[in-house]
Design a protein around this ligand. Structure first.
Ligand code: BGC
Length: 753
């Protein structure tokens, strides 16, 4: 049995400081005399980006040939924990074979704005979905003895000034929206590492934010691994170590190691802080060493996994009945992406794919496809010649399939988009083709939502997102119905950018960015405001149909610590096999401040043959009913009625029932000079003092002229005025004096406790 504390005690101060930063771009340091190895960490997250030479973290130089899986923007649509776990297992095995100790992902930042340049690497606008899928991914990778690094912790929701901007986020939004997925991953899957982000959070760099890295992450959630900085994120090394950041990457060429040594020598940093950091690092290091296995990996087999994931993740946004295609039809594929698909994003997640398939070659294996380029993806200029050719082709076929989407230059790590439009030459192509061909289908290859002003004019839209290197087979299998689409949108497609809740506060002023929309992110905003959207969160069609019946809850009344089982029977009422995502939302309209109209709290994905039925049971926990109360600085469950809604999307409730929660939790109530009579009336213990005050108020207004009172002051008005009157106003009306107000406050605060 290895004694890590003992190893730490044998290290010199310089060695300990040295272990807290990288040897080079991708490796930790070795101390050979004590058997401490140098380990490799690599990107991630949707493939192995192992660089041997010419290291860089921006995706500029090549890495080894590997398999590019669909990016998180796509995999989120699968709404399938098992699939994400399988993806994690496959990647974990690749890491084990390639001696990579930690894969840097998953990326779990919330899609606050559709413009964030890295949205393609993130899962969703919804924290529950993000947390569930990322947890499954982490479990999968780590089951192979490989570490993960959920990133970027936290509130890194844009690329603009990502290394210095301060995300100004209120506590409620932080806990409910921006920290929630990290919390789930830590509690459910104990990732070996967590990557702190570049940005500041409420003024403090996350890499040196003690509240975030120690109070919340370790003390509250119980994180046992180590925190690694994003590459180059450390500002003040001593502060960051004290705050709880163990590993600085890549390295500061020894500068920061020296600062740590000097700080200890000068008595400015406790050596025990350094010891603990090294102990945590070595625990993860040796855990990897103890789980080393000789494994091989088969690129073709992993390509097949990537294909299956792409197929399960794609979202059929619209289908007038034209899909699936039949090989007997005369079909044209139009658009450069049919031949040269966009299947991944740019930057640190860029994978050197060992092969890439395209829809044109794959479909030509089924039937003869006529091809027209339609637009030039690199130029994006108005190419009349290409468009004219495409229109001619479209006119002479039964069906035209348009392959469009975002070029690489439109979305990437390092910068944000400024608009949500497709390139003009692609939009023009859609307009021109739909003018001559009513049977037009659009296939989208993009990493984040786009405006679809022409949606009404096309017969079907298949959203593939960035589907990885097996994109060609996956697209064709879906188009021809060899696979039934089963993905659901993990983000709302708003009609226009201006409708997004962060619109007025994105990307901030260069110094800070104010998350003024609070918890109203994504569908929580669009749905609560009842704004029309292009396609709602959770939306996705199938080639079959599903019906729901027999919604039941395990109890009608619960306390704040009870779980609730919800069951519903789902039947495949169509003619082909298909997968359905059962989505369960909770609607809490009890809180004394505004809540989203409904929030996703459970989901499952099931596979049904035509005519087959299955009872699906979903579990809700106390957290499903809670919100984060800033007054309590804790999660709070209010008493009242909660609607339990089974939905087809966040906009379409299929069936619902309600439960009552009798909660013994109470929000703290402190009586002060501005507490109103109305607020006091809601406090059972304050009734007698309050009623007495009310009598005195009524008496003080009581002797005025009856006639003028009835015309100028209605009963309703009198009641409302009394109810909103603060205690201090009683001084002005001679009901209380300074002294008696103080006494009343003391008396009231005594009874409310
Ligand atoms: C990115 C991280 C990535 C790291 C290493 C950074 O620029 O933000 O997501 O893991 O580089 O490549």
């Amino acid at each position: 049995m290895r004694n890590i504390k003992e190893i730490v005690s044998q290290l010199t101060l310089e060695e300990k400081a040295g272990l807290c930063s990288g040897q080079d771009f991708w490796h930790t340091k070795a101390i050979e005399r004590l058997g401490i190895p140098s380990l490799m960490l690599s990107d991630g997250p949707h493939g192995l980006r192992k660089q041997d030479q010419s290291a860089d973290h921006l995706g500029i130089n090549d890495s080894i040939k590997a398999v590019c899986f669909p990016a998180a923007c796509a995999t989120a649509g699968a709404f399938d924990r098992n699939l994400l776990q399988q993806m994690g297992e496959t990647l974990g095995n690749e890491c084990q074979a390639e001696d990579v100790s930690v894969i840097l992902g998953p990326g779990v930042n919330i899609k606050r704005s559709p413009l964030c340049g890295r949205n393609f690497e993130y899962f969703s606008e919804d924290p529950y979905l993000t947390g569930e899928l990322a947890t499954a991914f982490v479990k999968g990778v780590q089951s192979q003895g490989i570490g993960t690094s959920p990133k970027h912790f936290a509130a890194n929701n844009q690329e603009y000034r990502r290394m210095s901007i301060s995300s100004q986020v209120g506590q409620q939004a932080l806990r409910e929206i921006y920290l929630s997925a990290f919390e789930t991953i830590v509690k459910e899957a104990q990732p070996k590492t967590i990557m702190s982000s570049y940005n500041r959070l409420n003024g403090v760099y996350t890499s040196q934010n003690e509240w975030l890295l120690t109070d919340i992450l370790r003390k509250e959630w119980g994180f046992e691994g180590y925190v690694v900085s994003d590459w180059g994120a450390v500002d003040d090394r001593v502060k960051s170590l004290e705050a709880g950041l163990e590993l600085e990457m890549p390295s500061s060429n020894g500068i920061n190691d020296t600062k740590l040594v000097e700080a200890v020598r000068a008595g400015l940093l406790e050596e025990s802080v350094l010891d603990l950091a090294v102990e945590r690092l070595l625990t993860v290091t040796f855990d990897y060493i103890d789980h080393r296995r000789a494994v091989t990996w088969d690129k073709e087999a992993d390509h097949a996994v990537a294909r299956q994931i792409a197929e399960e993740s794609a979202v059929l946004l619209k289908n007038s009945g034209i899909l699936p295609l039949s090989a007997s039809q005369k079909i044209a594929f139009i658009g450069e992406f049919a031949k040269k698909p966009r299947f991944q994003g740019g930057g640190s997640s860029h994978i050197n794919s060992f092969k890439v398939t395209n829809a044109l070659d794959e479909a030509n294996k089924e039937t003869k496809i006529i091809y027209a380029q339609g637009y030039d993806v690199t130029e994006q200029t108005d190419d009349v010649k290409l468009r004219t050719e495409a229109v001619e082709v479209a006119q002479n076929v039964d069906v035209a399939v348009l392959f469009i989407g975002l070029p690489d230059s439109y979305e990437s790590e390092g910068y944000d988009r400024t608009h949500m439009s497709l390139p003009q030459n692609q939009t023009d192509l859609v307009e021109a083709v739909t003018a001559v061909q009513p049977h037009t289908i659009v296939v989208l290859y993009n990493g984040s939502v786009v405006e679809l002003p022409w949606a009404d004019k096309v017969a079907a839209i298949l959203e593939m997102y960035l589907a990885g290197q097996a994109v060609g087979e996956a697209t064709v299998n879906l188009l021809f119905g060899h696979v039934n689409p089963s993905g659901r949108l993990a983000e709302t497609f708003p009609l226009k950018l201006e409708h997004n809740p962060s619109y007025l506060n994105f990307p901030g002023n260069g110094r800070d960015v104010d998350y003024q929309e609070g918890i109203f992110v994504g569908y929580r905003y669009y749905d609560t405001k009842n704004l029309p959207v292009a396609y709602p969160f959770g939306h996705g069609l199938s080639y079959t149909t599903f019906t729901y019946s027999d919604l039941k809850v395990s109890k009608d009344t619960l306390t704040e610590s009870d779980n609730l089982e919800v069951s519903v029977t789902v039947t495949n009422s169509g003619t082909c096999r298909g997968k359905e995502v059962v989505q369960l939302y909770v609607s809490n309209q009890n809180a004394n401040h505004k809540r989203p109209i409904r929030e996703l709290k459970a989901f499952d994905k099931i596979d049904l043959a035509p005519g087959e039925s299955q009872k699906v049971t979903l579990n809700l926990t106390p957290r499903s009913f809670a919100y984060f109360s800033e007054e309590l600085n804790d999660w709070y469950i209010a008493s009242g009625i909660y609607n339990i809604q089974v939905c087809r999307s966040s906009r379409e409730v299929i069936c619902e029932t309600e439960v009552r929660i009798n909660s013994s939790q109470a929000l703290p109530f402190k009586v002060h000079r501005n507490t109103t009579i109305g607020e006091l009336l809601e406090q059972p213990n304050c009734q007698s003092i309050t009623k007495d005050l009310m009598k005195r108020i009524a008496a003080s207004f009581g002797d005025h002229n009856e006639e003028s009172e009835s015309s100028a002051v209605s009963d309703e008005m009198a009641t409302q005025m009394m109810s909103s009157m603060p205690l201090r106003a009683l001084l002005s009306f001679g009901i209380l004096t300074d002294d008696s107000l103080e006494e009343t406050l003391i008396a009231l605060n005594t009874v409310v406790e």
